[in-house]
Write a protein that binds this ligand. Structure first.
Ligand code: UGA
Length: 439
């Protein structure tokens, strides 16, 4: 089967590479000529474990190719995925400009039956708009052609995207014809071998599933951040509480980690977009309003703890920030809570030194010369008044505490992800602040 994927961002690139990996012929198309030229030379626009190898292997095997020429890519294709960006508009709703442009273009270029699938995260009702855009193009060409639209949202996590695609928990597909269903069932057959289910449903439900899933996960995080803050006030230990509730299988142990707020390109954007969809239907999603509000506060929490410790005066003090990306195993800086923290520190007159094992180059675009980019986690901490652990990369998990203590002005640690053993650290002579403790 031949598939065309429009858009070589996270979702498009991972989808293309992984479909090629199981033997599908894949052409990835993008309007960004520089990006396509780099991809043709095996240079990826993102850091994602395992992706580079798969892209190279399948390019060499001629199953995966990259082009700016959608017209040349479409002949003989059976499925076209739209995987272009849906940046948030001013009111938080997903901007469908690019999705609809691609749909019109497909209508202008297609000459045989196609299943046109939205893979980008798009609000309920988008496939219907994609359908209209294709139809309008065909009408303009005075052409009658059979085609179907479908919705196939992606559930991959950055940092684990390849694995998530190759071993999905489930594949959700919204279709409204048997032909589209059979085509997509055939495409995904290699992924179903180990009992992973493919769930066919109507198109609106598939579109809604994606937002409902992300918003549910974001809700768990804000809920746990709220409970952690209360634990701090009430003298309870959130780590114990987390284990205590997570061992109930109805709750489950995943996504219960309090921290400095969720970030990334998905949760903040999708929660906002779903709230906005609610508004469009005259329905206020009150829980999600609260999820957002808690998250905004949580991103400022570590800074407030710092300020309180220093009685409000951190001018000219140096702080080491460990970790910049919004979570480990990615270089993605979009909506990273580290940015809120660093900007607050800088506004208060502090000096900031940062280290991240992968995201420094990307972070340069966001932070410029306002901070010092250190060579390693220890040099970042030299003469620092405190270390602030922001992203729980494995390299930060077991520091040489004695060495660190020798380097710093005073042994003070703010742990934004609760990864350290507070009792051990206090014994070591550190002053320790975590999320959900009294300070
Ligand atoms: C998320 C979803 O997990 C994917 O299923 C979905 O496909 C994706 O969005 C998407 O819509 O494309 P991702 O944004 O890559 O994936 O990252 P997550 O691992 O979900 O983490 C999101 C944020 O929540 C991070 O800032 C992370 O630090 C935070 N988080 C996560 C917590 O604060 N606590 C937790 O217990 C878990």
């Amino acid at each position: 089967m031949k598939v065309v994927i429009v858009g070589t961002g996270y979702v498009g690139l991972v989808t293309g590479a992984c479909l090629a990996e199981v033997g599908t012929e894949v052409v990835c198309a993008d309007v960004d000529a520089a990006k396509i030229a780099r991809l043709q030379n095996g240079i990826l626009p993102i850091y994602e474990p395992g992706l580079q190898e798969i892209v190279m292997r399948n390019q060499q095997g001629a199953r995966l190719s990259f082009t700016t020429d959608l017209a040349a890519a479409l002949p003989k294709a059976e499925v076209v995925f739209i995987a272009v960006g849906t940046p948030p508009g001013e009111d938080g709703s997903a901007d469908l400009k690019y999705v609809l442009q691609v749909a019109s273009q497909i209508g202008q270029l297609m000459d045989h039956y196609l299943v046109v699938v939205t893979k980008s995260t798009v609000p309920v009702g988008t496939a219907a708009r994609v359908n209209r855009a294709i139809k309008e193009s065909l009408v303009a060409r005075r052409l009658i052609l059979d085609y179907d639209v479908a919705s196939n949202p992606e559930f991959l996590k950055e940092g684990a995207a390849v694995n998530d695609f190759l071993k999905p928990d489930r594949i959700v597909v919204g279709v409204n014809t048997m032909r589209a269903r059979q085509t997509l069932e055939q495409l995904y057959r290699p992924f179903l071998l180990n009992g992973h289910p493919i769930l066919f449903m109507d198109i609106a439900s598939a579109e809604m599933t994606k937002y409902a899933a992300n918003a549910m996960l974001a809700t768990r995080i804000s809920y746990m951040n709220d409970i952690a803050n209360l634990c701090g006030l009430a003298g309870a230990d959130i780590n114990q509480v987390r284990k205590g509730i997570g061992s109930d299988p109805r709750i489950g142990k995943h996504f219960l980690y309090p921290g400095i707020g969720y970030g990334g390109s998905c949760f903040p954007k999708d929660v906002k977009a779903l709230i906005q969809t609610g508004r469009e239907y005259g329905y206020q999603l009150r829980i999600l309003d609260a999820v957002e509000a808690v998250n905004e506060d949580q991103k400022r929490l570590l800074f407030q703890k710092v300020l309180r410790h220093f009685d409000g005066d951190i001018r000219d003090k140096k702080f080491a920030v460990w970790g910049l990306s919004f979570k480990p195993n990615t270089d993605d800086m979009r909506e990273a809570p580290s940015l809120v923290l660093i900007n607050s520190l800088l506004s208060a007159g502090a000096i900031v030194s940062v280290y991240d094992p992968v995201a420094m180059e990307e972070a340069l675009n966001y932070l410029g010369s306002n901070v010092t980019f250190a060579d390693n986690m220890y040099s970042a901490a030299e003469d620092a008044a405190a270390v602030l652990l922001v992203t729980e990369w494995n390299t930060f998990r077991m520091p040489d505490w004695a060495r660190l203590q020798g380097l710093m002005q005073s042994p003070l640690l703010f742990d934004g992800r609760n990864i350290y053993d507070d009792v051990q650290l206090v014994k070591q002579g550190f002053t320790y602040y975590g999320i959900g403790n009294a300070a």
